[in-house]
Design a protein around this ligand. Sequence first.
Ligand code: ADP
Length: 521
Amino acid sequence: MRRLFVANLLVFAVLASAAALAYYGWSYTAEVSSRERMQIEDTMRELADEKIAAIESQLVEADRKVFAAIDIGRLPEVAAEIDRAKAPIVNVFLLDADLQPIPSGYFSKTPDAAEATAFRDRFLSTILPTLPLRVLPLQERGHVHGTWDGQQHLFAFTRKRGPVRDYYIVVETDLAHLTFSVFDQFFVRGSPRLYQVVDENGELIYGEPFRGTEGVEVELPFVETVDKWRLRVAQRDAGSQTARGRRKLIDIVLIGVALAGIVAGLTILLVASRRERRANELKSEFITNVSHELKTPLSIISMFGEMLALGRTRSAEQATEYAEIIWRESVRLARLIDNVLDFAKIERGKDVYEFAEGDVAEVVGRALELSAHRLQKAELEVEVEIDPELPLTLIDANAYTLAVLNLIDNAIKYAAEGKKIIVRVRHDRARDRIVLEVRDFGPGIEAEEHARIFERFYRARAVRLKPIRGSGIGLALVEHIAGAHGGGVGLTSKVGEGTTFSVWIPVRAEPGGAGGERSVV
Ligand code: ADP
């Protein structure tokens, strides 16, 4: 009981550890893959940050150059200075301290003069009032990125100290130049990463829609210049995504297989140990039964032997009777020992059979002769029906005799009250078999025990309570012997009506061939 509890506890512990291992394995895999993803994300974020900083510093630097080049005191030279600064700008406005345009203070790179004038007017009326110029500290750079009349513009501006009063410079960056050449310079096509610039509505300003990426995306805004735009970076999938997916799948499959293996192993172990326990129980029961069976004839032999030796007999007939008892019991003893020894040999898997051509009828007749005395004592009438045209067949006469003796013994032990047994040997011509039947009219066997009584050490429930001696190996031996002849056993029984055991062997079959089938009705 204690051992069983410990064993169950161990099984539970193994299962729990297996589950824990599987859980840790799984969570480790998940953690590794999420860490990898985070690492990729971090790298991409750093990269996006660097790109934005580089682009913006280039633009801001260009603005500063223009701001530095312009000097209101030398107005006629401003246009030349702007050109020299080589900045990606389209328009420059000079405004006085009251934010009024300074005469000749507008410079445009727009080739069409009428268009340039139209823009200047639009700037002064619509755009300028929205720029936070007045709050700007001296020399500082400010910027506004926005949409006016459905068009995007980026303005950078500064306040400078003039000879009399402060004045303002407003510079408009060339956004077309920015998207068509500056971005291209920074976002090299064919690199392991893909870039996009999108506006505040997510509309694509630069780049192509992402396809074939690893699903990790980073988005960062511009700060110093086009602050309505955002830079998006994605990792091109160079197969590492599928490789990671495959690795994860392999991990899951391995964990699953290991778990299944542990559970299957434990189940097999449990079943095996249960079977072992059951076999051990049956074995110890068997030993008790056999010892009991050995003891009884031995004590009878010893008692009657002692009487004979001490001359405690009243007549010569009585002495003969005692001698007969001793003889009978010793035969019984010998048979029991034969049974046990043969059974032991079979158990050890030794080839114990020796086949020779023989006559089954003769073998059955000899077995009946050997049992005659016991049958007579049990007051059992024996009806024998033997097919006169029985063919010869390969047979181990000793083993076959043992089988017949066991069946007759069982009839004597369990069905004596039926008063009669029928022993039949016939040739089943259709299937070319020799069939032996031992029929009794005893109590019969419960249907659910039909299959079990052929198991070694098994004894029917009904007899376990009765003082009928037995070891439970007789029928197992009968079945084994039939199987060794390439045949099988059969059983028909009805409680209260009697039992018929049959043993069939094929005619001229190769010994040890197919067979071993059992038919239970
Ligand atoms: P044993 O006779 O030593 O118990 P067997 O293997 O010969 O072992 O028989 C197994 C069981 O089958 C018996 O214990 C008995 O319950 C049952 N049995 C065998 N023969 C008969 C029979 N002719 N009638 C009723 N029960 C039988």
